[in-house]
Design a binder for this molecule. Structure first.
Ligand SMILES: [Zn+2]
Length: 154
């Protein structure tokens, strides 16, 4: 695994343990060249998914992008990070089990809303209010861009 700090192509695994209720393996790594430390996750990927955007463009499904938009919606909400990771894994499992490898971006937004509604009402409302505009937005990227972190309230 390439070091994100110095680009060295070698890194050493310092620690490996189960995470996300055994759905993932978390590895602490360190770079022998610069001493940088970072974490990687290993997860089962049942299928390679493709997102079909509203304008018909296709792009590889990106779990990190999905996770980013969900974390922004949940910002400052009293939800355990572990629970958020489990929810994200659950969403990805649902997408993988749809039986299709091509998934419309609207379908992803819908599943995210359903999942957020179960976990936190405020985050759901944040996400849903942006989702309305998303109907007009032409891709998931725009959607994520609109989900900016809320301004500090206190
Ligand atoms: Zn390095």
């Amino acid at each position: 695994m390439r070091c994100p700090f110095c680009g060295n192509t070698d890194s050493q695994v310092k620690d490996s343990r189960p995470a996300e209720d055994h759905a993932a393996i978390r590895r602490r790594r360190s770079c022998p060249a610069c001493g940088g430390r970072f974490t990687t996750y290993e997860r089962v990927q049942l299928r390679d998914l493709t997102v079909i955007k509203k304008n018909g463009r296709r792009e590889d499904f990106d779990r990190d992008k999905l996770a980013r938009s969900i974390r922004i919606a949940l910002q400052k909400r009293p939800i355990e990070p572990e629970r958020v990771d489990q929810m994200i894994s659950g969403i990805v499992r649902r997408l993988e089990s749809l039986g299709e490898t091509d998934i419309p971006s609207e379908a992803i937004g819908q599943i995210v809303m359903e999942s957020l509604a179960r976990i936190d009402t405020v985050a759901y409302v944040r996400f849903a209010s942006v989702y309305k505009n998303f109907q007009e937005a032409d891709d998931f990227e725009d959607f994520v861009a609109e989900l900016r972190p809320p301004a500090a309230e206190d």
